[in-house]
Design a protein around this ligand. Structure first.
Ligand SMILES: Nc1nc2c(ncn2[C@@H]2O[C@H](COP(=O)(O)OP(=O)(O)OP(=O)(O)O)[C@@H](O)[C@H]2O)c(=O)[nH]1
Length: 571
């Protein structure tokens, strides 16, 4: 409190007499504490209490300067109480004049009210020195009003480092402009902790209307600040989480782009269906394979609609759609399924459930992978053909002959039927080669293969076993039928006429016939029996057929009866 104000109050106390002085003494230096209230200035309080004294005259001149204009006598709260005292100033004054002990009691009561102020009230002089501060400062900061008053500079003593400059600037501004300012700052508590307060700075006017000091009203907003901090922290966490999820989203978008680029260059058709059997994703190859328009948007299209779009391509739609139903009904990866298309292409499909990543095996859809295997199938067919066919005549070769022989014998054993083997060896083939060249020999072989191929029946198999050796396998063979076939072959070959370099050429063949199980019970023995019969034909003058001898040396019905009219190439 300024010396001037302090003097005023002390003179009031002197005038009030010994009782009041003792009352004031009881209040100590802090009797002045009774002349300031939260929200009301010391000037107004003293005016209210000590009207009619010197103080009243002095303070009365700046009178209501500190009293909130809105405060009225009888209002609830401290401002109202003060206003009541101000209104009744003359009565109190009267009592003070007579050194009324009631006034002292009143003063005490008011002091109690001042000390009970919840927020912090403080008065500063024009040099920004602390003149008075409410006892509540101790509850807020642990510092007593005495310690605060003793400190050289209030701002340095109580205000946090970071807020000091701003606090000082604001105080100076309020002093200079005479306009209040509000801001929030931090007090430093005795233990070094920080306590946030909301400060309201108001100018105090002197009687001449100039600003003679400042009043600070501060409320504890630590709880609110902590809540704000928590809120800010939560917001920051949310922002971090959002940034993280945006980052993940961005990365997952990049990943999707990469995957999409990859899927669009591979030749496999990829189709993702969702749980509701609607198209979720497909790649370019999928459209190509199923001959769907490149720019058509199929996303969201149901599986049944998709099936209706491709049904016209399928060789066996029913078989394919029932395969789809079967696959969809199970939860496993399907086996590759071959799809034959009317245009000759061959596709395969494989399908798997797309799991949602949880452990509950919850499918979130299905992926279908299509592959056009036409090329592969053709290549495989060519390789197989190369492996089992004679490249010159395109007849099955010796390798396939052995396979078929074993298969037919096994089948014949199970069904107890006969298998016939016809061994064919050309007569006089070498002279054709020698005389007309190897190419002429080839032509003879190709022609012969075609001619004999036209003679044998659909269920009989014709092989080139090597060189000028051929063979015919006849399942479910009947002896008479096979002999008839042998005759037709001998005649057919003998009837062939060639011309090389303007010169005619022809040849004949010698045949041997053997039956399973009549002449042998396994493949090797059957071949040997047929060969043996064929050599007998050779030895019998060629251009004929012979039936093998039965096991035990018993002669076949007709060992060389094929000799009708032996023919040679020279004929
Ligand atoms: N042009 C041609 N000749 C072949 C081929 N494979 C084997 N030969 C020839 O066929 C001939 C077969 O020999 P042989 O069985 O003695 O010929 P052949 O004159 O019919 O003798 P016989 O069976 O005793 O009548 C050989 O000269 C082989 O070089 C072929 O793919 N093309």
């Amino acid at each position: 409190m300024s010396g001037r104000l302090r003097g005023v109050v002390l003179s009031v106390l002197a005038a009030a007499g010994a009782t009041l002085v003792s009352g004031a003494a009881a209040l100590g230096g802090s009797v002045l504490g009774a002349d300031a209230w939260p929200g009301i200035t010391a000037a107004a309080l003293v005016a209210g209490l000590f009207g009619g004294t010197t103080a009243y005259v002095w303070l009365g001149a700046r009178g209501g300067g500190g009293l909130p204009s809105s405060a009225k006598p009888g209002d609830p709260g401290e401002s109202g109480l003060l206003a009541t005292h101000a209104a009744h100033g003359p009565a109190i004054r009267g009592r003070l004049t007579g050194v009324d002990s009631d006034a002292v009691a009143e003063l005490r009561r008011l002091r109690e009210v001042a000390e009970g102020v919840h927020g912090v009230e403080a008065l500063f002089d024009a040099d920004l020195r602390l003149e008075w501060i409410s006892p509540s400062i101790q509850r807020l900061t642990g510092r007593t009003p005495g310690e605060c008053l003793a400190a050289e500079r209030f701002v340095d003593f109580l205000v946090h480092d970071s807020d000091r400059r701003y606090c000082l600037r604001t105080m100076q501004k309020v002093l200079a402009r005479g306009q209040g300012e509000d801001f929030e700052m931090r007090f430093v508590q005795e233990g070094g902790q920080v306590c946030w307060v909301a400060c309201h700075w108001r100018p105090l006017y002197l009687e001449d209307g100039t600003v003679g000091g400042l009043r600070m009203s501060a409320e504890d907003i630590q709880g609110r600040k902590e809540a704000e901090y928590k809120l800010l922290e939560t917001v920051a966490q949310l922002r971090r989480a959002q940034a993280l999820s945006e980052n993940y989203l961005m990365r997952s978008n990049d990943e999707r782009q990469r995957l999409s680029a990859l899927l669009n260059v591979i030749r496999l058709g990829i189709l993702f269906m969702d749980r509701d059997h609607r198209v979720l994703y497909y790649n370019r190859a999928m459209l190509d394979i199923w001959q769907l328009p490149v720019h058509e948007n199929l996303i969201g299209v149901r599986d049944v609609v998709l099936e209706s779009r491709v049904v016209g391509l399928l060789e066996s739609p029913e078989a394919y759609f029932s395969h789809i139903r079967e696959v969809v009904g199970r939860h496993e990866i399907s086996d590759p399924f071959e799809i034959r298309l009317k245009d000759g292409r061959v596709l395969t499909d494989v399908s798997a459930v797309v799991e949602d990543g949880s452990q509950g095996r919850r499918g979130i859809g299905r992926v279908w992978i299509y592959e056009d295997v036409t090329e592969q199938r053709n290549t495989a067919r060519k390789l197989v053909a190369m492996a089992e066919r004679d490249p010159l005549t395109n007849l099955y070769n010796r390798r396939r002959f052995h396979e078929e022989l074993e298969r037919l014998l096994a089948d014949a054993a199970r069904r107890e039927v006969k298998v016939g083997l016809l061994a064919i060896d050309l007569d006089g083939f070498k002279p054709i080669n020698d005389e007309f060249g190897h190419q002429a020999g080839d032509e003879v072989l190709v022609t012969l293969a075609r001619e004999v191929g036209g003679i044998i029946r659909r269920n009989e198999l014709f092989f080139r076993l090597g060189g000028d050796e051929f063979g015919v396998l006849a399942p479910d063979a009947d002896e008479e039928d096979l002999i008839g076939l042998a005759r037709r072959i001998v005649e057919g070959i003998g009837a062939l006429r060639f011309e090389f370099g303007g010169r005619p050429a022809s040849l004949t063949a010698s045949l041997g016939i053997a039956f399973y199980p009549d002449h042998a019970t396994d493949g090797e023995a059957l071949i040997a029996a047929a060969d043996h019969a064929m050599y007998r034909s050779k030895n019998s003058g060629r251009n004929c057929w012979s039936v093998a001898e039965r096991a035990g040396g018993e002669s076949a019905r007709m060992s060389t009866s094929g000799r009708d009219e032996p023919q040679t190439g020279e004929q």
